[in-house]
Ligand binder design. Structure first.
Ligand code: ZN
Length: 289
C-alpha cells in the first residue's frame, strides 16, 4: 500500500518547506504506520519443531541419495537425466531450507546456554549450515568426479547444485544466534514493547509512531521509514527471529531513559554502514491533535 509510506515521501517534500508549513507536515508525519501484533509466544516447547527439522533434513538427504544413486547407475531415472538431477537438487534444497527454519525457530524459543562452550554453541546454532554441506557437498564431489555423464548434463547439474548449496547455506545460517542467558537478560531488562520490521533481523527500542508512547524527541531511524511495524514483547521479537537489539537503539537507550546492561545482551554487530543517514525528526514540535 503505497499511501502508507508516509514518512519517506514526507521527508523529501518537507525538507525545503519545513518552515512554511509547520502545522500540516507534522500532522502528516503522525499518520500511523501499520502496526502488526505478532502471534503470541508458543509457550516454550520446541520438541515438535526439532523433530520436524530432523525429518525434513532426512528427506533432503533422501533426495541427495536418489541423485547420487542415479549418477552411480544404481538405477536409470524414468525421465531425462538432467531433469531428474535438477528436480532432486531443488527438492533437496527446499527440504533443507525448511528444516533449518524450524531449527532456528526452536533455537529462538529455547536457546542453548553459553555454558556449554563456544564450539557446541556454534555447532547447535549453525546446524543448518552444516546440514546444507551434508545435503550437497557429497553430490557435488561425485558430479565433478563423474566421467560417464555427458558434459552438458554434468555442467548444468554441478552449477545447479553449487547454487543450491549457497542459497541453502545462507538461508540456514543464524547470523545473530542468541544464548539462553542473553534471552533471559533481554526479558529481564526490556519490559516495555519493542519494534521490528518485516524483513529486519533485529528489534528496536523506540518508535515514535506508537500511539501509546509518550511524546519523544527521537526514535530509531532504522524503523522510522518502515511501512509496517511489528510491536510486541522482547520475547515475541526473539521468537520471531529478531534475536539482537539494534546497535543504534543500544547506543541510545540511555538517552531514552532505558537502562541496559549491554554486555549481557545480544547486540547487533556494529557496522559502519549502519550509521543512520536519516535526520532526526523532532516530533515535540508537532501540535497535539
Ligand atoms: Zn533501532
Amino acid at each position: 500500500m503505497a499511501e502508507k509510506i508516509v514518512r519517506n515521501t514526507d521527508k523529501k517534500d518537507t525538507a525545503p518547506k519545513k518552515a512554511v508549513e509547520p502545522e500540516k507536515q507534522p500532522a502528516a508525519k503522525k499518520k500511523p504506520q501499520t502496526v502488526i501484533t505478532p502471534n503470541k509466544p508458543t509457550g516454550g516447547s520446541t520438541i515438535g519443531l526439532r523433530i520436524g527439522a530432523v525429518v525434513l533434513w532426512l528427506l533432503a538427504i533422501v533426495c541427495e541419495v536418489f541423485a547420487i544413486m542415479a549418477l552411480l547407475e544404481y538405477f536409470y531415472p524414468p525421465i531425462n537425466m538432467t531433469l531428474f538431477l535438477i528436480i532432486a537438487i531443488v527438492l533437496d534444497m527446499v527440504f533443507a531450507i525448511l528444516a533449518a527454519q524450524l531449527w532456528k525457530k526452536a533455537n529462538h524459543i529455547k536457546p542453548m546456554s553459553e555454558k556449554r562452550g563456544k564450539f557446541l554453541f556454534y555447532l547447535w546454532n549453525e546446524l543448518g549450515v552444516i546440514m546444507a554441506c551434508i545435503c550437497f557437498i557429497p553430490l557435488i564431489v561425485l558430479l565433478l568426479k563423474n566421467d560417464k555423464l555427458d558434459k552438458k548434463t554434468k555442467l548444468i547439474a554441478t552449477i545447479v547444485a553449487v547454487v543450491a548449496l549457497l542459497i541453502t547455506g545462507v538461508a540456514s545460517a543464524d547470523f545473530n544466534p542468541i544464548s539462553a542467558e542473553q534471552k533471559e537478560e533481554a526479558e529481564h531488562q526490556i519490559t516495555g514493547n519493542v519494534y521490528w520490521t518485516q524483513f529486519g533481523h533485529k528489534y528496536h527500542l523506540k518508535w515514535n509512531g506508537d500511539p501509546d508512547a509518550e511524546q519523544v524527541e527521537v526514535d530509531c531511524p532504522h524503523i522510522r521509514n518502515s511501512n509496517s511495524v511489528y510491536k510486541g514483547t522482547v520475547t515475541e521479537a526473539i521468537e520471531s527471529g529478531r534475536t539482537a537489539i539494534c546497535s543504534y537503539c543500544a547506543a541510545h537507550a540511555a538517552d531514552w531513559g532505558i537502562d541496559l546492561d549491554l554486555a549481557a545482551l545480544n547486540v547487533e554487530d556494529r557496522d559502519a554502514s549502519e550509521t543512520p543517514d536519516v535526520p532526526v525528526i523532532n516530533t515535540t514540535a508537532a501540535p497535539a491533535n
